[in-house]
Design a protein around this ligand. Structure first.
Ligand code: DHB
Ligand code: FE
Length: 281
């Protein structure tokens, strides 16, 4: 990529992701001694079994230690855990979840973004690049009743794959907003289509991906949290039919039910509808 602006770095986005995560979690859950012991014992047993079966050497063990230190110093724990681990936590959470399928939150959610009544246009730069997208639909409950005033907290990458708040050249709040559905639970959101997202390749997560011969891409996606009082919040992502990397997402976070089918609506614009179903809390 040619740098036409201050190129975002892994260290920059990692640091911001770590700060954002810390800010969102001032208190943790109460966890019993029994729970800590049973989960950590099994986790360690998995590591021990891998060391035995793969005959991990002292050199490899010390390299792993150095690597884990680098992940922390680069602020990349939120990135690496969300890419390689969160999807399984989400699968477990989804076991008792009805309604719209969920997906991983990822490291780039920011709270308290601008609230916009529908129809809404997400904040964007005057010269924001990318295909115009009208994303519309309804929020309903599991019985099909509208959920008036439901909030759609939406955030996504720009046409170059960067997220505001995590790339220094982007204005705060760009392509982020909390859109409030109307009395019929309907929403209309004008934005642009994001491009595919590449894990920063210049940091520790990127070096692992390279060392293992994997690829660093996630398919283009919109992030959403859909919420209303009395309902279980849905955290999910929506993808684009035909999008590159849909079948090999590095974060393993796609689901067939979460793929949008945009249509041409003239003037080179795209339009798509998607309805959300919320279950009672
Ligand atoms: C990561 C980035 C994302 O945009 C996402 O949706 C999930 C994970 C990451 O870099 O860890
Ligand atoms: Fe993302």
């Amino acid at each position: 990529m040619t740098a036409t602006h201050d190129s975002p770095t892994a260290a920059g986005s990692g640091d911001s992701a770590t700060k954002a995560f810390r800010a969102s979690r001032s208190t943790g859950p109460e966890v019993s001694q029994e729970r800590v012991s049973e989960v950590v014992t099994e986790l360690l047993a998995g590591i021990h079994a891998t060391i035995r079966s793969k005959k991990v050497s002292y050199d490899e063990f010390q390299a792993a230690k150095k690597y884990l230190i680098d992940v922390g110093e680069g602020g990349e724990w939120p990135l690496i855990l969300d890419v390689f681990v969160e999807h399984v936590v989400e699968d477990v959470a989804a076991e008792d979840q009805e309604g719209t399928k969920g997906s991983i939150l990822g490291p780039y959610h920011l709270p308290d973004q601008v609230r916009l009544d529908t129809p809404a246009t997400l904040p964007r730069r005057p010269d924001e690049k990318g295909t115009e997208l009208l994303f519309a639909g309804h929020v309903r409950d599991t019985e099909g009743n509208p959920v008036p005033g439901a909030e759609l907290d939406i955030w996504h990458a720009d046409d170059e794959g960067y997220y505001s708040g995590f790339a220094p050249h982007l204005p705060d709040g760009n392509l982020r907003g909390v859109v409030v559905a109307d009395e019929q639970g309907k929403f209309d959101i004008h934005t642009i289509e994001p491009s595919a997202y590449q894990i920063p390749t210049d940091g520790p997560t990127g070096s692992l991906i390279e060392a293992a011969g994997w690829h660093p891409w996630r398919p283009a996606h919109l992030h959403l949290m859909v919420r209303a009082p009395g309902y279980r919040t849905i955290t999910t992502q929506l993808y684009f039919r035909g999008g590159e990397w849909l079948d090999s997402d590095v974060a393993s976070a796609t689901k067939p039910e979460l793929i949008l089918d945009p249509v041409d609506s003239g003037d080179g614009k795209h339009a798509v509808t998607y309805d959300f179903t919320l279950e009672p809390a």
